[in-house]
Design a protein around this ligand. Sequence first.
Ligand code: HEC
Length: 116
Amino acid sequence: MYRDRKFILFIFIISFFGCAHNVAEDSEQNCAETESFYVETIAPILSQNCVGCHSGESPSGDLRLDSFTSVRNSIESTLDRVNRDQGSAGFMPQGGSKLTEDQMTSLQVFFEMDCE
Ligand code: HEC
């Protein structure tokens, strides 16, 4: 009986560490994909339409849109702003014209990609 319990504990520990390891690996892989999507697709959209105001020492709205981390952290409010009607309050790019459907879709895809 005593041996059985030890065995169960052993299995439990092994599977726990096995899982933890896989989770870490998955998240690393997801982040790599998300980051390359950022570099290839998202960064060009933002540098063309947003970075002029959202970068440097005192970025507009106190928001920088020139790094993976800052874009990742603000993707929800970015989607909100670019989806507003052109000319309405808070629309982005401010003073510019609405992003194309493709560009908006890319931002939405980026929002839905995994990477913690
Ligand atoms: C001409 C300058 C200019 C451009 C270009 C511009 N913005 Fe802005 N943005 C501002 C200003 C000024 C504010 C602060 C006022 C406000 O919140 O509307 C702001 C605010 C924001 C905010 C809210 C920040 C916060 O934390 O409340 C987001 C998100 C944003 N912009 C995203 C974008 C995106 C995405 C683009 C490109 C598609 C863009 N902006 C292009 C000037 C600009």
